[in-house]
Design a protein around this ligand. Sequence first.
Ligand code: AMP
Length: 567
Amino acid sequence: MPTPFKALAELCEKLEGIRKRVSMISSVSEFLKSLEPEEVEPAVSMILGQPFPKWSQRTLEVSWATLSEIIRRITGVDWKIFMEAFSKTGDIGAATRMVFESSKIKRQTPLFEKALTITEVRRSFEAIAEAVGAGSREKKERLTEALLSSSSPLEAKYIVKIIVGEMRTGFHEGLMEQAISEAFHVPLDVVQRASMVLGDVGAVAAVAKTEGKDGLLKVSFKVFRPVKLMLAQMASNVAEALKEHGGKTAFEYKLDGARVQIHKQGETIRIYSRRLTDVTESLPEIAETVKRNVEAEEAILEGEVIAVNGEGHPLPFQHLMRRFKRIHEIEGMAEAIPVKLYLFDVLYLNGQSLIALPYLRRRQILAERVGEIPLTKQIITDSVEEAENFLKEATSSGHEGLIAKKVDSDYVPGIRGKRWLKIKPILEPLDLVIVAAEYGYGRRREWLSDYHLAARDAETGEFLTVGKTFKGLTDMEIIEMTKRLKALAIKEEPRRVFVAPKIVVEVAYNEIQKSPKYKCGMALRFARITRIREDKAPEEADTIQRVKEIYKSQFSKKGNIQLKNSR
Ligand code: AMP
């Protein structure tokens, strides 16, 4: 018997009210048991607030503006009522339910009210996602309206929550794995392993329901279903990485590009970004290179794509981002910003999962299959000195640092562990000159405590501001500094004093960014004074040319920028 969507909505409602994890798990477990096999995956996805399984590239693309318009139309309520309900509950779904309820009396009840089933809701989501191209907005709107029109207030609450992706029941993927284990009597570690491999807990539940433990043990990667990426933790230096990995490890260049997971089946290649979205269309030449070089019927490979200049030298990350943001005229862009692929791992080859093999073995297999595609440069060593030289070599050839990989480590999808450790060079502090200072606030009202820091232009002798800081000095030092700076004042404003460039301070910082704030076009991030360099004259301070060099050698951090899907 098809399960009504109402049952799923009631379950979620119940979860919202339960605090105890064990009770949550057993409620979901009971529910999973009651489902028809084909309902399991859609139900699991929806309970977790997702319209589709994780590996799916489908998205609904229904904005809140559209959705609110539809709710308003269906219910006919004054939007003020919705906003009041929303500010009371802070929850879009709950507010939707309230306005549906308040309009129910007014709405004519159909004579024959057919209950929505879980399968029908999934089908509606599919139809909404499939509406693309011209007229798709109207079509999505019509389909969403039809779905919500046949929903009860409680059902509408959860349909809206799934559409906007805000389930907020506190029931997450980890708990779902436990519920699956309980419902289908499969050990939790077997469920977790399958979940790692399939990258989607709904798919795992479906296999558990129909094939049990044996089925789950057999699950393997499928091409065109991206696998969650293994990530690296930070190590402060190469010595720490060596120690963590038992005295000997493999160091690879850490390239400053975009992580890609490449799936190949015959002639078909798909490339997925760090967030597992399909970016194949943005990188046609990479797909072509893989097609030409990789010797495998089926494979899942990983690597880094970097932007390069005409001579093949790496360019900062921002350049690469322009490639990903580009949707049209890819060809022109491909010429203007060439990209290059370096591979570093293989997860799956011709029907076999390789993730349980030691890293070195995987790398060897990879090397045998990639034709002319380069692998990331690598050394295996137990020497701190050798590793430090390798780090210097990496950064001086324009790369970001190193990644240490434990030689016998497996590939663990979705985990940021210690098997991989990233090492970035420590940015050396700069000696800068104070050229102006501002009075502080509160306790520091009377003190010049916020300092403008400048580097000398070696060509003109001018001091150019590169940053500002109120951090690093003690109260006593600030009082002393205020006196000294007042004596050096050239120009005074109510809260600011410009001074002769005489006092040199050592400044630590996290990064040098491009910035329009200062004339030199760069700015230090998180600058702090580490000492007052009484021993240095302003002419000995670091130059703007040095700042520029450091800026060039360090690349922007990535990960916080989403690669845009080009489709
Ligand atoms: P982070 O983004 O700072 O967490 O650093 C990890 C990222 O470094 C990975 O996700 C890759 O995109 C990138 N990376 C660059 N070179 C390598 C390499 N040789 N091995 C693994 N990851 C690399």
